[in-house]
Ligand binder design. Structure first.
Ligand SMILES: NC(=O)c1ccc[n+]([C@@H]2O[C@H](COP(=O)([O-])OP(=O)(O)OC[C@H]3O[C@@H](n4cnc5c(N)ncnc54)[C@H](OP(=O)(O)O)[C@@H]3O)[C@@H](O)[C@H]2O)c1
Length: 273
């Protein structure tokens, strides 16, 4: 029986992934900052452990407890993350650092901590939840995008050096998915003393809200993560979500100015209301 550790499993994609793997017979370690608030059932093969990706102690304890409970770690899903949204000029130094701390350095911290175990066993899969926003960009997400583009480069390079040890690296690239990401996991940038971007920003965020309204549920990402965990090939990227393959194809084929017009037509249009 295989064992998976998932970060950020309190809600959304992480939670759906924990249940999806459990239902398919895996041992699941669903990690989160506040396990006492989790509504996941406590079961023989499904454990909720406290883990903050910015706290090395909780990472070490989780790895130790996972090995004690199930003997091995087969798959790590680096899913924890949040989105800083708004004009870059509104961001403080601290907000920039916070965005990278969790989305990039947290993911690296977990990866570095699990690697000795995977290397020793000469097998394992590291699945990093990136985003379609790790390949293309939208206005007012510059900080978030830069973390996801960092994850893409990190993962793409890492796959070479881990291949001789039988360890695979995967990237999951979801489009808009209906989760708490657009609500409690969103940090909106505001500067009361500087409002020059506000009108443009409001228009874009209203259009993002429209996209989110019709977004698919997190289970479709859980399904893709399951596919990535069971894939025997060396495939690196798995995109998932409405229009995502089409957008990526257009981005690859079209001159950037044309692609930019497509994004503008979606996110910069005036509301009909
Ligand atoms: N939803 C989308 O449209 C979408 C699209 C592309 C990519 N993604 C990516 O998917 C991943 C999951 O997001 P989601 O959509 O499922 O949103 P979500 O439901 O808000 O989940 C985000 C999770 O990250 C956790 N988290 C945040 N900071 C953490 C930290 N320091 N340590 C541990 N956990 C932390 C949150 O835990 P708490 O409960 O403790 O806050 C929460 O469980 C993120 O990496 C996001 O960038 C989402």
């Amino acid at each position: 029986m295989q064992t998976i550790i998932i970060t950020g499993a309190s809600s959304g994609i992480g939670r759906a992934t924990a249940l999806y793997f459990y239902e398919r017979g895996w041992n699941v370690i669903a990690t989160m900052r506040q396990p006492e608030k989790s509504d996941l059932p406590k079961l023989d093969r499904l454990h909720c452990f406290k883990l903050d990706v910015n706290d090395q102690q909780t990472i070490d304890t989780t790895i130790q407890q996972t090995i004690e409970a199930f003997g091995t770690i087969d798959v790590l899903v680096n899913n924890a993350g949040f989105g800083t949204v708004g004009a870059f000029e509104y961001a403080s130094e601290e907000q920039v650092l916070q965005q990278f701390q969790t989305n990039v350095f947290g993911l690296m911290r977990l990866t570095r901590s699990v690697l000795p175990h995977l290397r020793q066993r000469r097998q394992g899969i590291i699945i990093n939840v990136s985003s379609v926003g790790g390949r293309i960009t939208f206005p007012f997400y510059s900080l978030y995008h830069s973390t996801k583009w960092a994850i893409e480069g990190f993962s793409e390079s890492l796959q070479y050096e881990l291949a001789p040890f039988g360890i695979k690296v995967r990237l999951i690239e979801p489009g808009a998915i209906k989760t708490d990401f657009y609500h409690r996991s969103q940090m909106l940038l505001v500067r009361p003393d500087l409002k020059v971007y506000d009108d443009y920003q409001t228009k874009v965020l209203n259009n993002v809200a429209e996209v989110e309204k019709n977004a698919p549920p997190p289970q479709i990402v859980a399904q893709t993560i399951f596919q990535a965990a069971n894939d025997k090939t060396d495939r690196l990227r798995y995109s998932v979500g409405d229009q995502v393959p089409l957008l990526l194809l257009l981005n690859r084929l079209l001159p950037h100015s044309w692609f930019r017009n497509i994004i503008s037509n979606i996110l910069e249009k005036d509301s009909l209301a």
